[in-house]
Design a protein around this ligand. Sequence first.
Ligand code: AMO
Length: 440
Amino acid sequence: MGLDELGDWRRSHYSSEINPALDGSDVTIFGWIEDIRDLGRIKFLTLRDREGLIQITAKEGRASPQVLGKLELLGRQYVIGVRGRVKAVKEAPRGVEVEPSEIKILGIAKHPLPIDPTGRVPAEIDVRLDNRVLDLRGPIPSAIFKMRHVVVGEIRNFLAEEGFLEVHTPKIISSATEGGAALFAMEFFKRKAYLAQSPELYKEQLSSVFEKVFEIGTYFRAEESHTRRHLNEFISVDVEEAFVGMEDVMDVQERLILRVADRVARSCRTELELLGVKAPAPRAPFRRYSYDEILEELKGLGFDLEWGEDIPTPAYRELGKLHRGEYYFIINWPTKAKPFYIKPIPNDPDRCYSFDFMYEWIEISSGGARVDDKDLLVRRLVEQGLDPSDFQHFLRAFDFGMPPHAGFGMGLDRLMMVLTGMENIREVVLFPRDRFRLEP
Ligand code: AMO
């Protein structure tokens, strides 16, 4: 079947803009066919565009033979343009429909379709992800990604208003940042290079120039674990500030969450309703528990962890039940459980100025105050089994005047899981990458 040319047709209205008050007006609309109902003498099409749905109604006797002929050719998810007249009709969804005077077929869809994007016929997440573009046309993914757009915009506005400068650091790097094991190696002409795991070493250096910086960027980790909250490619919101300590950047994190939650509650009502989640209403100030206190809580829950250990997932799961609906910080971790760049507490060097920011059982961000003394940094690198010569460029910045500084990195995808109530991080990422998924 030949496709029609777009020609001079341009959209006059989105579906959501067509309401009973437009009764009698001529409109041009575009979209994807969600449903076709053929009742013989009357045919209903539901057309979806990015804003929602509109009903197209063609009656024999009223519609032209051209229109009736075109209707015979259509299938679900075909892309069409419709010119027609708006009619206020009580029985129609939202009390309005469009009577077509001309239809253009602009794109076809092959049948049978692999999934039903309306979600009425549920499909496994893997099948949905294999057909992600079609899947994204459904109302739930659509709500998630509209909300994600609002969230990213608000984070950017908030940080800019707080005086942070947005920066972009390299993603092709020559040495590990967050530990060697989870690095993706690549060939960089004749040299070996890696994909950045975080902007840590760059944002720290830039705090010695611009004092307050942030970056929203893509990072890569070769972690083999296949979980519902890890991907091999994820987006992090990184913040770094000079002349402050851990508590100050925790306050930034707290204000950021309050601001985003407020914005989502005000701007995403439709999306929240569709997702079936309550508007976020975090109660500040967020509680700050020490690692030692959390270990005690876990003991009470039956997890006898050795001091210094990282907290395993099953323990986090139980901890989350204890902290239901709560955003909270876990601070002052054992130094050996954190990366080399986190500053040990001078009079208690087994503990460090670090925090994880949590919602229930999910870690949303982590950060802390940084080692700002070069000799200590070199010692910390060696203690962690790293070779200081791999970090010579980072270390050199400490010869150029490095201020005390602190910061954090927040997983944007994790935050979106929390705000949308999704249990699987793949739901909130357009084209997720994990060990088993490199496509689409
Ligand atoms: P960390 O390694 O804890 O800290 O990462 C920061 C935040 O990024 C998110 N995150 C991930 N999200 C999805 N998939 C993953 N595989 C993944 N790994 C991490 C989490 C996590 O809290 N440089 C430090 C931050 C700092 O100190 O400023 C860092 O990278 O939400």
